[in-house]
Design a binder for this molecule. Structure first.
Ligand SMILES: NC(=O)c1ccc[n+]([C@@H]2O[C@H](COP(=O)([O-])OP(=O)(O)OC[C@H]3O[C@@H](n4cnc5c(N)ncnc54)[C@H](OP(=O)(O)O)[C@@H]3O)[C@@H](O)[C@H]2O)c1
Length: 315
């Protein structure tokens, strides 16, 4: 039996329960992972908060879409996007389901190599945010020499998007609370505080205008300011205000009706992200860790909307 965290009802973090479950052996095309760290993401609590429906048949709901760990067993014909998978391999899994667990069975297609130069905690937080950031930069066509605004730059997605854009040779203006400004400067961005007067602060920094904008926070301000700064709506993308983004004619990325899931871009991005981490070109910031059994406390911190990096669960 292994320990696993599930949502037993729709609601707040109080609906999370720690249960024991038999995991079994992987079927053909599957891999059994000994989870060393599970990445948390806002979608995890949004799913049981009812933001995406409240179908009772989805309960109890397994949680967690990504993790790092060690391969315990490999089903027949289980080949991953990086090739053969062997018992004992250190890996990252994404996209998977139910990674808030001591062990999880995942499709081989979700298994990639864990870079040896990062910890399991860091590796667990790389792929969901990283693949989203790659998708957002691709959708907005960011190239060397562009001036890009990233709203919500101090969050999980924002921090990776900043590093990827800087590595491409873009100039990055990053909105964030004051406490993250030194970190964003270290990563090569130019931070500005969000709130009243944001458009003018960005105009002061970039009097010749901006070329693209990514909303990684979902506030009205992020999209309103992007529209005020930039005429070409095809170079504005939101990952967090899908419905409003579609109404405004900007690019809406990810889950939700009418949004672009970018499945192929995100799947391919995993290999690029692993390589960039191995080269030391991007780093993953772990904001805090919690024991797996304290997933509810982790979600309370995550739901504050002011974490600066990844919150990771440790089985
Ligand atoms: N569509 C997709 O595929 C996809 C994928 C991943 C995430 N998402 C969504 O994207 C959003 C961000 O995800 P995440 O994992 O990066 O979240 P996160 O790690 O919780 O980061 C949120 C960040 O937003 C900043 N913030 C809060 N209020 C702000 C404001 N008014 N203006 C600018 N920044 C502000 C916070 O920093 P300060 O403390 O500095 O305020 C915090 O660092 C979430 O809504 C998530 O559900 C969507």
């Amino acid at each position: 039996m292994v320990v696993k965290v599930v949502a037993t009802a729709y609601g707040g973090p109080e609906v999370l329960a720690v249960i024991d479950e038999e995991v079994g052996l992987p079927s053909p095309g599957e891999v059994l992972i000994d989870v060393r760290a599970a990445g948390t993401n806002p979608i995890d609590y949004k799913l049981y908060a009812g933001n995406m429906g409240s179908d009772p048949s989805q309960l109890p709901m397994p949680l967690g879409l990504e993790a790092s760990g060690v391969v315990l067993a490999v089903g027949a014909d289980a080949v991953g996007p990086m090739g053969e998978i062997h018992i004992g391999d250190e890996v990252i899994v994404y996209p998977a389901r139910g990674t808030y667990a001591e062990q999880v069975i995942v499709p081989a297609s979700a298994v990639v190599r864990k870079p040896a130069n990062v910890t399991f905690e860091e590796a667990a937080g790389l792929l969901l945010t990283g693949a989203t950031a790659v998708h957002a930069l691709t959708a907005t066509g960011v190239l060397a020499g562009d001036t890009l605004v990233i709203h919500g730059a101090s969050g999980g997605v924002g921090l990776i998007a900043v590093q990827l854009a800087v590595a491409k040779g873009a100039r990055v203006i990053a909105t964030a609370g004051e406490s993250s400004h030194a970190e964003l400067r270290r990563l090569g961005a130019e931070p500005v505080v969000y709130g009243e007067g944001l458009a003018d602060r960005i105009r002061d920094l970039a009097p010749d205008g901006v070329d693209a904008a990514i909303d990684a926070v979902g506030t009205d301000e992020a999209l309103d300011v992007s529209l005020a700064l930039l005429a070409d709506r095809s170079r504005i993308a939101t990952i967090a205000a899908g419905r409003r983004g579609l109404e405004l004619g900007v690019k809406s990325l990810g889950v939700g009706p009418g949004s672009d899931p970018g499945a192929e871009i995100r799947a391919a991005a995993r290999l690029e992200l692993v390589r960039l981490v191995e080269e030391g070109a991007i780093e993953i910031r772990v904001a805090s860790t919690y024991p797996l059994a304290d997933a509810a406390a982790a979600h309370r911190e995550l739901a504050s909307g002011h974490t600066h990096g990844k919150i990771v669960l440790l089985p």
